[in-house]
Design a protein around this ligand. Structure first.
Ligand code: SF4
Length: 333
């Protein structure tokens, strides 16, 4: 039995076969770098803006899609693809350019979905209306991956994110109105965040009905502000065991319908001051799965806080269950 909803399995259930994401890397920037919101970007971001696993951005959209598709077709016999606009902020561009780029991707062969990674403050009604029309016209799935990182707005401020929780909530409400899917990107070991923030991350994602989550561990890249703070010992990183425990706690509080795209991230090679406790991502994933088994924990186990939790015992037919504890005290369950 899977103890959490696994993205690859969800895609197979939905499309009847394996679906592959083909990354697209376009030259771009971000309002948190070019001065529109702030200069310098998030304290953890390097100049590649998360595009390190992509092909060179000098290739056209079509070339990148076709090269990646050829690789997946040859290696895995892939037939269905989601174009993943990954690097930088993919909706931060003039409207005409945005629609042209997305349409180009949507017109390629065997594309069943478009996934756009962006910031919560780079989504508005006009851009969303276009995506909504495209979705219907081309019968495509569209999802928007929003970088949230943490629901703790004090943490967001320390990271120089340039937005708070409010922009995220606003974006989610607007996207949901158009029946477009949402993925929330969250880092579970940000400096300053505690177990309480981990639980609140899961609760807010669940309460908003977000479709996907992508969890990451923090990696620290050379020549970033976070890198300098790390070298100056301004903060410490929690241990691997603590990270694993946080993921388990997050999953236990996460609504069972949310699909988990990732439990741990991968950092860019060669430029890192810290990444995944020098442990491969798949070993960390195995460790998380082992801890879930050992604790008989599963996604949604503690998701008991939605829809008026405190009213439940007043509902007709509600059977208040009580349990005697070893110390003789009575507890309601
Ligand atoms: S929003 Fe994304 S691309 Fe922009 S600075 Fe932050 S991490 Fe980098």
């Amino acid at each position: 039995m899977d103890r959490y909803r696994i993205y690859s399995k969800h895609l197979i259930e939905r499309y009847g076969e394996k679906v592959y994401k083909v990354p697209v890397n376009l030259p771009g920037t971000c309002p948190n770098r070019d001065g529109a919101v702030s200069h310098g970007g998030c304290t953890f971001c390097d100049e590649e803006g998360s595009g390190f696993e992509c092909l060179a951005n000098t290739l056209s959209i079509q070339e990148q899609i076709r090269k990646n598709q050829a690789f997946f077709r040859e290696r895995f016999g892939a037939n269905k693809f989601i174009v993943y606009f990954q690097a930088f902020t993919n909706t931060y561009k003039p409207y005409a350019q945005f629609i042209e780029e997305v349409e180009r991707a949507a017109n390629e062969e065997d594309i069943i979905g478009i996934s756009l990674s962006t910031r919560p403050d780079c989504i508005n009604d006009r851009y969303l209306d276009f995506l909504c029309q495209l979705k219907t016209k081309k019968k495509l799935e569209v999802d928007i991956e929003l970088g949230l990182q943490s629901v703790n707005y004090h943490t967001l401020s320390r990271l120089n994110r340039g937005h708070t929780l409010a922009e995220f909530l606003d974006a989610v409400i607007r996207i949901k109105k158009r029946d477009i899917r949402i993925c929330a990107h969250i880092i579970l070991n940000l400096p300053g965040d505690t177990e309480l923030d981990v639980v609140e991350n899961a609760k807010i994602v669940s309460a908003l009905g977000i479709d996907y989550v992508k969890l990451h561990s923090l990696y620290i890249v050379e020549k970033t502000l976070l890198g300098s703070q790390y070298l100056d010992k301004e903060f410490t990183i929690i241990s691997l065991e603590e990270y694993v425990a946080r993921v388990v706690t997050f999953l236990a509080h996460l609504h069972p319908d949310v699909v988990v795209q990732r439990l741990v991230g991968k950092g860019p090679k060669g430029k890192l001051l810290f990444s995944n406790w020098d442990t491969s991502w798949w070993k960390i994933k195995e460790l998380i799965e082992t801890r879930l088994e050992e604790g008989d924990t599963y996604q949604g186990k503690n998701c008991n806080y939605l829809n008026g939790k405190a009213l439940r015992h007043l509902e007709e037919g509600f059977d208040l269950q009580i349990e005697e504890q070893p110390d003789g005290k009575i507890r309601t369950i």
